[in-house]
Design a protein around this ligand. Structure first.
Ligand code: SIN
Ligand code: FE
Length: 294
């Protein structure tokens, strides 16, 4: 079956004024698991910032360069302090524009959005090696071992800033609920005391609730199943330089196949901030397991 998960919007500015009907349509598309694709929304890299479109600013340890959450400290980068200040300023400008965009498209969310990292991803994806669990060329819904969300949504804005014309190539897969129908029966239950133990050992930054446990199980078992990776209904998408896209990455099954040089901003959104909370992974998994998961 052919999928079409792409909802295209023709915006050309980061602070458009939109009608309530357009905002409602964009919110519905996002919450029902579509990718909002803005082919004409470009992040402007200034002439003296072009030098940052390179892997040379990486500290060689971290795969991304990023401003951390609310602290806004630059991580993953190495260089002279003046250069790093200019690199931070570029990331801050992108972050501010992404915030304007999200406010224009989803005004309903604004009061409840909690800003996360702003990242620059300089490295070429194709040919990069990693363990299967960290391999983002395999389709997955985002879930992080050390960062339990307790059901909050992961809203992400991406923009391709590749200076050599190279698209970022993704695959996107079947709806979250269909994935859960297939994979949830294989998920193990949490052991009694497991959440408290992982927290005490500082494996997790806060308690891994049943929801977070199931999300990690789904993430891992989806990535581990190569037949499912190959056979699930899916769609290949190319995001060229100068384009922007928005997803709930805890919901949309996604994989990145190739590309280099992208900017990304994350927010957390509580389920109570959604227009259609019944579409949240938390509510989907609660319906399927028949229990409260947070
Ligand atoms: C991911 O979230 O799995 C990676 C997306 C990307 O880097 O394009
Ligand atoms: Fe991901």
């Amino acid at each position: 079956m052919a999928l079409n998960l792409i909802e295209q919007l023709s915006l050309e500015t980061w602070n458009p004024s939109l009608e309530p009907a357009q905002q409602a349509a964009a919110t519905d598309a996002l919450e029902t698991g579509r990718v909002l694709y803005l082919p004409h929304l470009r992040f402007e890299v200034k002439p003296d910032e072009q030098r940052f479109l390179s892997t040379q600013w990486s500290d060689g340890k971290s795969k991304n360069i990023y401003l951390r959450g609310r602290q806004r400290t630059l991580r993953g980068a190495a260089g002279a302090s003046q250069d790093l200040a200019a690199l931070s300023a570029m990331l801050e400008r992108f972050s501010g524009q992404a915030q304007q965009l999200v406010s224009a498209l989803f005004p309903h969310y604004v009061a409840q959005l909690d800003p996360g990292n702003t990242s620059f991803r300089p490295f070429e994806i194709e040919g990069r090696t990693s363990s299967w669990r960290k391999d983002d060329t395999r389709l997955h819904a985002d879930a992080f071992p050390s960062n339990p969300t307790h059901g909050a949504r992961l809203l992400r804005v991406f923009t391709n800033v590749n200076p050599h014309g190279k698209p970022r190539v993704w695959r996107v897969g079947e709806p979250f609920a269909d994935m859960a129908d297939r994979i949830l029966p294989r998920a193990r239950r949490q052991w009694p005391g497991e959440a408290a133990l992982l927290h005490a050992l500082h494996v997790t930054k806060r308690r891994r609730l049943a929801f977070d446990h199931y999300m990690l199980e789904l993430h891992d078992r989806t990535k581990a199943d190569l037949d499912y990776q190959r056979d699930m209904p899916q769609q290949r998408v190319e995001f060229p330089p100068g384009s922007t896209w928005i997803v709930f990455s805890d919901q949309v099954l996604h994989a990145v196949m190739s590309g280099a040089m992208m900017l990304e901003q994350t927010w957390m959104l509580p389920v109570s901030g959604m227009r259609r909370p019944e579409t949240a992974p938390l509510r989907v998994l609660e319906r399927k397991t028949g229990r409260a998961l947070v």
